[in-house]
Design a protein around this ligand. Structure first.
Ligand code: FES
Ligand code: FE
Length: 397
């Protein structure tokens, strides 16, 4: 198998996935994670930015609402100084414009309750869903209509083997979900591609978690055929690509390279499988350990920053299993996987950003066979865009 036709990139190459190259600010009209539930107390208000959209999230009577985080009066952010004076409303801290959280309408002005504007104007709202400790927001065109189900923007429910239960899914009952998120430098696509990349295992070769577990991680994983990366395109459902590491006839691990005198470390084999889904969600089955799943979201903030979400999920049957998970999360998964192992990915992505920003990286990259799955992802992500986020800066393209 070869990706010759994609090597030594040029405009001829990128036209295979032109809409993807266009998506500097990310894909619009998708569900994105905004906050963990525990980050938004009842009665509270917090601001997030997704694809250039500033969104205020307000929890009122237990339910979370999303509104534009720009007051229509003089444009300050409502979240700059949260002021929630009554259930179901948000007031602007500057001159008191007060919005109804359910429809965004101007419901009063604190110091001018008879103003003729009241009831006639308002801020836009955003659909919100909260599931298993995560708050998701549907971000995109105000007139998009009814959003598709959240599940369509999450990885598909898959099994490793027809005899296995499906891998724990973020919307399942009886699962536990814990994780972190942080703002990083780098375009969201560089982060997403790094997550899937079968060739990037080299950045992890000295990571503590591998040494501590004596885990055998190859130097790279070579695709043997065009089917090695499976395209999964479910009508009205998830769309993604999967590296079929479960198929030795499709992928072959590289364990040594005598030319540079390096061998993969570790003696304990460990099976895992990676897949990447529109609009930028990674699923790593059996990671950090067997029967657990690590999900990662690469949420565009603007064209040069993304919010990096790292989640570990697994099934739990009772409180004792929950407590065991919590212990392992605090003392193993978080320090060694999310903050240890994945910091190598963070370093790599932030280092990649400069080239793509300053030197037109999309047209100046020299890809090799190891990049087959990245190209498959780009083509998949380019296929059915629901829309693109646009720069809110008026003097930019
Ligand atoms: Fe919000 Fe004036 S800027 S009320
Ligand atoms: Fe990695």
């Amino acid at each position: 198998m070869s990706v010759d036709s994609y090597s030594g990139n040029s405009s001829a190459t990128t036209r295979h996935y032109a809409p993807y190259v266009q998506a500097n600010w990310g894909y619009a009209n998708h569900w994105y994670p905004a906050l963990f539930s525990e980050e938004l107390a009842n009665g509270g208000l917090k601001g997030v930015t997704i694809g250039g959209h500033d969104i205020a999230l307000r929890r009122s009577a237990g339910k979370v609402y999303g509104l534009s985080d720009r007051c229509i009066h003089r444009g300050v952010k409502l979240s700059a100084k949260p002021m929630c004076l009554s259930e179901g409303t948000v007031s602007c801290w500057y001159h008191g414009y007060t919005y109804d959280v359910s429809d965004g309408k101007l419901t009063t002005i604190v110091g001018n309750p008879e103003d003729s504007l009241i009831g006639k104007v308002g801020v836009r709202t955003y659909p919100v869903e909260e599931v298993n400790g995560m708050i998701f927001v549907f971000v995109g065109d105000e007139d998009y209509g009814t959003p598709p189900p959240l599940d369509s923007d999450l990885p598909a429910r898959v099994t490793n083997d027809p005899n296995d239960a499906p891998v724990p899914h973020l919307t399942d009952d009886n699962i536990i979900v814990r994780g972190i998120h942080r703002k990083l430098v780098g375009n969201w696509r560089l982060a997403a591609e790094n997550g899937l990349d079968p060739g990037h295992l080299l950045v992890h070769w000295d990571n503590q978690i591998l040494v501590a577990l004596d885990r055998a991680l190859p130097l790279g994983v070579n695709a043997l055929t065009n089917e090695a990366t499976e395209e999964i395109d479910i009508p009205d459902g998830p769309k993604g690509v999967m590296n079929r590491y479960d198929r030795p006839d499709l992928y072959q691990p590289v364990l040594e390279n005598p030319k540079v005198d390096i061998k993969a470390r570790g003696t304990v084999p460990h099976y895992f499988r990676t897949s990447l889904w529109v609009p930028g969600v990674l699923m790593v089955e059996h990671w950090p350990i067997t029967d657990h799943v690590q999900y990662e979201f690469y949420v565009p903030i603007d064209d040069h920053h993304h919010e990096y979400w790292e989640i570990v999920a697994t099934r739990v049957a009772d409180d004792a299993e929950r407590q065991e998970f919590d212990f392992k999360y605090e003392h193993f998964f978080k320090p060694l996987a999310l903050e240890g192992f994945n910091n190598s990915d963070v370093f790599a992505r932030e280092a990649t950003e400069e080239h793509y920003t300053r030197f037109d990286g999309w047209n100046n990259e020299v890809l090799c066979d190891m990049d087959y799955s990245i190209v498959a992802w780009r083509k998949m992500a380019a296929r059915h865009p629901r829309g693109f986020f646009e720069s809110p800066y008026q003097d930019e393209d």
